[in-house]
Design a protein around this ligand. Structure first.
Ligand code: GDP
Ligand code: K
Ligand code: MG
Length: 298
């Protein structure tokens, strides 16, 4: 690393499902944060690291901000605002089709109250809206006076995301890189693997159940033949939920396991043996360990 190196910490904020995790994955160029159409997919701050010339850019993908009810939700919201406080730049992602909803409103008001008037705005999902409504929304958001630059993007199609990355890189501050050159995420391997499985739980199960689950990697064993054995527990709160996760004749858990294993193997570039267990833990969300593991306040 030469003396010109520079660094930027960018907090990515936005309403649930605005496309924050999709955008961070696109900017980083690999999957660091899990994505699903359900809210609360991202539970904690996940950092993704991108390189642009001499700049190392660290994106902090925050959980969506929303009106918190349960303890877990309150911790998630606190984590989002902590992420913003620590960052040099704040990037607000807005779903262009949804416009200024209550969550986006709360974020804008919060940023203004914190004196952040130089935020970046990413109007996302432009593949889904007409140009005239996009321009009207951009004008309405510009009038909020918290944004210094606006980008119209599709995180999904990587449309406009290069310009956004260039802009962020130009504003990077001189200083040494914070992460090794080949590191794209600071999420420890065990947590990362648990997230891959949790994404499948989110995708393959419906309604309320995914929010009541937690995945933990209990063991990670690198084998001499180059493969890895991963043992994970999917925790649920009730017996009835356990039955749903298992599915008829174990069909559901097998489908979850196959999809998760294939994705882990593709990303790790080696064979994976995945063993999933489903356990009932009634007081799951009163267990401090689950919060501290994720860096959330209990
Ligand atoms: P987050 O909750 O803000 O992190 O949102 P996610 O990244 O999990 O995305 C929520 C949903 O929006 C997923 O189904 C994504 O595939 C979808 N999505 C994200 N970006 C785009 C986009 O640019 N265009 C379209 N059409 N869908 C998108
Ligand atoms: K989501
Ligand atoms: Mg997310």
């Amino acid at each position: 690393m030469d003396t010109e190196s520079c660094c930027a910490f960018v907090a990515v904020m936005g309403a649930p499902n605005a496309g924050k995790s999709t955008l961070v994955n696109t900017l980083v160029g690999t999957k660091v944060s899990i994505v699903s159409p359900k809210v609360q997919t991202t539970r904690t701050r996940v950092r993704g690291v991108a390189l642009r010339g001499p700049a190392q850019i660290v994106f902090i993908d925050t959980p969506g901000v929303f009106a918190p009810k349960r303890r877990l939700e309150r911790s998630m919201v606190a984590a989002a605002w902590d992420g913003a406080a620590d960052a040099d730049q704040v990037l607000v992602v807005v779903d262009a089709a949804r416009g200024i909803d209550d969550d986006t409103r709360a974020i804008i008001d919060g940023l203004r109250a914190n004196g952040r008037t130089d935020c970046l705005l990413a109007l996302n999902k432009i593949d889904t809206v007409r140009r005239d409504s996009l321009l009207a929304l951009a004008a309405a958001l510009d009038a909020e006076a918290v944004f210094g630059a606006v980008f119209m993007i599709s995180a999904l199609n990587a449309d406009g995301t290069d310009d956004l990355l260039d802009h962020v890189a130009r504003a990077a501050l001189p200083g040494p890189w914070m992460f090794p050159e080949d590191e794209v995420s600071d999420l420890p391997q065990r947590l990362w693997a648990a997230e891959i499985t949790r994404e499948q739980v989110f995708r393959q199960l419906h309604q309320e159940l995914p929010y009541a689950t937690l995945v933990e990697s209990e063991a990670w064993q690198d084998r001499p033949d180059g493969s890895v054995r991963i043992d994970q527990v999917i925790y649920v709160q009730r017996d009835s939920q356990r039955a749903i996760v298992l599915g008829k004749g174990g069909q559901r858990i097998r489908a979850i396991s196959t999809a998760a294993r294939q994705e882990m193997a593709a990303l790790l570039e080696r064979p994976v043996h995945l063993f999933l267990y489903v356990k009932v833990h009634e007081r799951l969300w009163e267990d401090r360990r689950h919060y501290t593991e994720w860096g959330l306040d209990f």
